[in-house]
Design a protein around this ligand. Structure first.
Ligand code: SAM
Length: 267
């Protein structure tokens, strides 16, 4: 079968059958930090979606979250992904500020191939768990860490569904919760975080800010500020504070993040 040539918008990653439209998309994304529906409707991804929307009832295709992420991590190297950080300084500082002891238990949910786990091991934390829906993602981190990866608990599962064996003192999530655009998924995540933490345990959630991107990895995201993040978490977690961060993608584009810190309330 003959392979089709596609042109990609380097900003949002959508694909086009002609170079001109891909360039229009890139120009728009660069100037507006978001996509223009009048342009993206010509993308291969949107055309497929429109096709699916026109399918007769009962023939809907369900989005396979795991397959999506496995594919991303199979096709790209960690340093080629928009969320890649050489130095997860903000996460590390916010974790260190909590003054945990090396025996305390920490979990990085949706940790992917992040080097945060490397830094936590260097800081002598003895009980670090990295959970991700993608096994391919964790393989990148394991290959990088070599033997010291044996000191980490690796869990391949969906954060909304995993089984907590022993509670954690700190839960860290950079750029995972914001993909949960479905209310039921958000509720399941919050219930899981509550169940997974000891009383007074710390929850750090980093998401795109209100003026940050509207999508990532071709998926829509929910942006948050200190007020809106309290809606899903506020009932079970006490809000402590927030910090903003300007993340620069490997291709030099700035993305605004918010880091929100909570403490688990008593039952
Ligand atoms: C944008 S990346 C962020 C990765 C990492 N936290 C970082 O800062 O480099 C999102 C990560 O969440 C994972 N992920 C997405 N949905 C998930 C879910 N429902 N449960 C667990 N992991 C998930 C993806 O596989 C991916 O590694």
């Amino acid at each position: 079968m003959q392979k089709e040539t596609l042109f990609v918008c380097a900003e949002c990653g959508l694909h086009y059958r002609d170079e001109k439209t891909a360039d229009q998309c890139r120009q728009w994304c660069l100037q507006n930090n978001s996509c223009n529906m009048a342009i993206t409707r010509f993308s291969v991804e949107r055309s497929k979606k429109m096709e699916a929307d026109q399918r007769p009832e009962g023939e809907t295709r369900v989005f396979d979250r795991k397959a999506h992420w496995e594919k991303i991590y199979a096709e790209k190297k960690p340093g080629e992904m928009s969320w890649y950080q050489e130095d997860p300084a903000m996460s590390l500082r916010l974790i260190e500020e909590r003054g945990l002891s090396p025996e305390n238990r920490l979990i990085d949910v949706g940790g992917g191939a992040s080097v945060l786990v490397d830094r936590l091991l260097e800081k002598r934390y003895q009980h670090v768990t990295v959970l991700d829906i993608s096994e391919n993602a964790l393989r990148h981190a394991q290959a990088r860490l070599g033997a010291s990866g044996n000191n980490v608990t690796w869990v391949v599962d969906d954060v909304t569904k995993f089984t907590v064996s022993e509670p954690y003192h700190l839960w860290h999530d950079r750029a995972v919760f914001h993909f949960l655009t479905d209310e039921e998924d958000r509720k399941a995540y919050v219930a899981k975080a509550y169940q997974a933490l000891v009383k007074g345990g710390v929850l750090i959630v980093a998401s795109f800010a209100m003026d940050g991107p509207t999508q990532c990895s071709n998926l829509p995201v929910q942006q948050y500020d200190a007020e809106s993040i309290r809606r899903p978490f506020g009932e079970k977690f006490e809000f402590l504070r927030e910090e903003g961060e300007l993340h620069r993608t490997p291709w030099g584009k700035d993305q605004k993040f918010g880091y929100f810190i909570f403490r688990k309330k008593a039952e």
